[in-house]
Write a new protein. Structure first.
Length: 126
């Protein structure tokens, strides 16, 4: 289990109840172990962040980014966040909301490929 700020539990519940259209669409495609039998969680607190989707088996975080992520401040915040998550051994995949909504099959295929690669590399390390 990854370390997290316990004060983020309620905000993460609120985010699960108020997902964006892109998050809802992606969630429909990754929930219930549809990708390689892997369990994904949504709006998961890790450290002082709430990540959109998290798969602990392959240490994978998936983010759906809205317009606020493409400002100077947003890009810097995401860089700091991705660095902190990488320190925990997590791989972060970022997709913008438009990409998720317009190209969901390509997004899911990329998630599948990264998850499969991480599964295969972890099996050699044990």
């Amino acid at each position: 289990m990854q370390p997290y700020n316990k004060s983020l539990k309620q905000p993460s519940r609120d985010l699960r109840n108020n997902m964006t259209d892109a998050e809802m669409l992606l969630w429909q495609r990754i929930r219930r172990k549809q990708i390689l039998g892997l369990q994904f969680y949504r709006q998961k607190p890790i450290l002082n962040f709430i990540v959109d989707f998290y798969c602990p088996s392959v240490s994978l975080v998936i983010e759906c980014d809205g317009g606020q992520h493409f400002t100077v401040e947003g890009l810097e915040a995401d860089r700091v966040r991705d660095e902190a998550l990488a320190q925990l051994g997590l791989k972060v995949l970022r997709f913008d909301n438009g990409q998720v909504l317009a190209e969901i099959d390509a997004v899911v295929e990329q998630i599948y490929c990264v998850a499969r690669q991480r599964l295969e590399s972890s099996s050699y390390e044990t």
